[in-house]
Design a protein around this ligand. Structure first.
Ligand code: IPE
Ligand code: IPE
Ligand code: MG
Length: 259
């Protein structure tokens, strides 16, 4: 048949896909690194006439669910965008709550993460984080550093432009001091200056809540990532949503510029 006459109907939509199971999805390729822009907590709360922070609290429970699920599926890295360098613009009460969330999450779930062999990491500008937030996160990183299962990488006070700019500044210094030769500056060397230096690029990016933008997230690392956007608000995202995203990923043909 002349395949090129076939009309592109877009990704299979959730309503086209039956209930999926872990077993079925595991027969196909599991993305090694999944990155998620967890968006829509505020709108979830607004729909219920609740304060925005109630949405963030509900979203935290979804983090637990999805971490567990990703680990079960054999995903190697799960990067979650938890707070952007632009989120400081929000009202102080909301920012304060968002800075308490990592503690709340880790106080409740750290024992479980340890038991499940999950390794916690963070990427972002740590300097601006309140001491209590940083302490909680560093304890989790330390307590899970020997774990060999899923890497749960929180992007906390993360901004991709800032990350790239900092990398360029370090590269400039290293060239000036003779630690790096400008002719040796390859893409791999550049990547090694980023916060993801020990982590492969994402295979799959998910953004919830219907926004179709990157909001300053992993601009360099997402060059060849498959994108999956969904209208589901983050607090409503569940195991089935993750399976649908991976199912869609498995239907795509990744060519990396080849044919
Ligand atoms: C995502 O939900 C969480 C963070 C950005 C911290 P939002 O708080 O952005 O929710 P909406 O977009 O206002 O619905
Ligand atoms: C992106 O969501 C940041 C996080 C999910 C942490 P935002 O809600 O801040 O993004 P914009 O402002 O809608 O682009
Ligand atoms: Mg938002």
């Amino acid at each position: 048949m002349f395949n090129f006459f076939k009309k592109w109907k877009g990704d299979p939509q959730p309503f086209d896909i039956e209930e999926l199971s872990n077993e079925e999805i595991k027969k196909g390729e599991i993305p090694k690194h999944i990155a998620i822009i967890m968006d829509g907590n505020g709108r979830w709360a607004k729909k219920r006439a609740l304060p925005r922070i109630a949405g963030h609290h509900e979203g935290m429970k979804v983090v637990r669910k999805i971490t567990k699920q990703a680990n079960l599926l054999g995903v190697e890295v799960l990067t979650l965008y938890a707070f952007s360098t632009e989120n400081w613009k929000r009202p102080k009460t909301e920012v304060d709550y968002l800075m308490k969330l990592p503690e709340e999450f880790l106080t409740t779930y750290l024992p479980e993460l340890i038991k499940e062999n999950v390794q916690v990491r963070i990427m972002g500008d740590k300097q601006r984080l309140p001491k209590h937030t940083l302490n909680a996160v560093e304890k989790a990183i330390n307590d899970t550093k020997k774990n060999t299962g899923l890497i749960l990488n929180f992007a906390l006070n993360y901004g991709s432009r800032a990350e790239i700019l900092t990398a360029v500044q370090h590269i400039a210094t290293d060239i000036k001091t003779g630690q790096l030769n400008d002719s040796d500056l390859t893409e791999d060397v550049f990547s090694s200056y980023l916060m993801t230096n020990s982590i492969q690029d994402p295979d799959l990016l998910i953004r919830t809540s219907g926004e179709i933008r990157l909001s300053n997230f992993m601009l360099w690392q997402l060059a060849y990532t498959e994108f999956w956007f969904t209208d589901i608000l983050w607090p409503d995202f569940n195991e089935q949503s993750l399976l649908q995203a991976i199912y869609t990923y498995q239907q795509r043909g990744r060519r990396f510029g080849g044919i």
